[in-house]
Design a protein around this ligand. Structure first.
Ligand SMILES: C[S@@+](CC[C@H](N)C(=O)[O-])C[C@H]1O[C@@H](n2cnc3c(N)ncnc32)[C@H](O)[C@@H]1O
Length: 325
């Protein structure tokens, strides 16, 4: 999954990018600006609730085309009088050179500079609204500081391990080359337990099929440590469940479901985020809330009222968001 999505030469995000109506799947910020506006207001209300610190970093993981950050920054500009005594900077964690170029155009009009090799950010610029923006390949490169983190449809793109319960115990689902058909991949079960089955399956597990994303766990631990040390909050929005779903791994190409093993690197691959696992990974460091349904979050944030005052021009695409199979 990691190779198919982010291999520097052939990865799906590296080459295709895929977000948007002309791509392979559409995300909420690409449908309506209201999504990002409400998230922008959520950050401002958190900032006020935390006593209006004099500086904060907005850190987005996997910003896609940059649309969500653009909408948030517009809200920050509209509420400039509220934020007037606060130094805001934007930090984008993006591995795809193609998408970072699109983000640079969206957010700065293309006015960016590559950074010297010895600097943690690989690119920097100033947003159209005058806020400094930096790009990184890894969350570890983002400087410490009071931060509001945002991960929208990011964790679902990180690689998972899959496990199947059998009569002989837990086995890992692996990818193999089909000996009957050249160039075809197939799923197989490990003949015995693997280190991953030993490490990632909980003794109390009741499901027969389980997906675990250790990389998501590591990133959440890092976010939790950073928040514990420097202050801030994180908002994670994704397709997900609370430790209840089983086989959710799927591919999308041209807005249609696509066989995950066919033509790797040409389709988006995604697996639902297990929020119970993320919560466990943050435990002891930060308070965790949720998950709640996105609908509920947006309603609590006043989407109905906002839509009433919003003209039809806000409709960015007539597609529907990514759907389950
Ligand atoms: C499904 S897109 C989400 C786009 C955006 N957040 C939106 O809602 O429109 C996933 C994003 O995560 C990025 N990405 C995937 N794996 C990554 C990784 N390991 N590190 C950083 N970014 C990654 C992709 O390049 C892309 O920008």
């Amino acid at each position: 999954m990691r190779e198919a999505l982010t291999n520097p030469g052939q990865g799906y995000y590296t080459r295709r990018g895929g977000v948007g109506e002309s791509g392979d799947f559409i995300t909420s910020p690409e449908i309506s600006q209201v999504f990002g506006e409400l998230i922008g207001i959520w950050y401002i209300s958190e900032w006020m609730a935390m006593g209006k610190p004099t500086t904060f970093q907005l850190v987005e993981l996997g910003p896609g085309r940059g649309t969500l950050t653009e909408d948030i920054l517009r809200v920050f500009k509209q509420l400039a009088s509220v934020l007037s005594k606060c130094d805001v900077s934007v930090h984008l964690v993006e591995v795809s050179p193609k998408l970072s170029e699109i983000q640079a155009v969206m957010l700065t009009g293309g006015k960016v500079q590559p950074s010297p090799e010895d600097e943690p950010a690989y690119m920097k610029g100033i947003s159209k609204t005058g806020i400094p923006i930096f790009w990184y390949r890894d969350i570890q490169d983002v400087p410490p500081g009071y931060s509001f983190y945002l991960a929208h449809e990011f964790f679902d793109a990180l690689p998972i391990h899959k496990f199947q319960r059998t009569e002989k115990g837990w086995r890992e689902v692996l990818v193999d080359i089909d000996p009957e058909v050249p160039d075809k991949l197939r799923f197989v079960l490990s003949p015995s337990r693997t280190p991953a089955t030993q490490n990632f399956i909980q003794p109390e597990e009741t499901r027969d099929h389980v997906e675990v994303c250790p990389e998501a766990g590591v990133i959440v631990q890092r976010l939790a440590s950073r928040i514990e040390k420097d202050g801030g909050a994180a908002l994670v929005a994704d397709y997900g469940h609370d430790g209840t779903k089983t086989d959710t791994f799927r591919g999308f190409r041209n807005h249609k479901l696509h066989d995950v093993l066919s033509a790797p690197g040409t389709a988006d691959l995604t697996a639902d985020v297990d929020f119970s696992y993320l919560r466990k990974m943050a435990q002891g460091k930060t308070a965790t809330l949720g998950p709640i349904k996105q609908r509920e979050f947006l309603k609590n944030m006043g989407i109905d009222l906002r839509l009433q005052v919003q003209s039809v021009r806000s409709c960015r695409a007539l597609s529907v968001p990514r759907q389950y199979s």
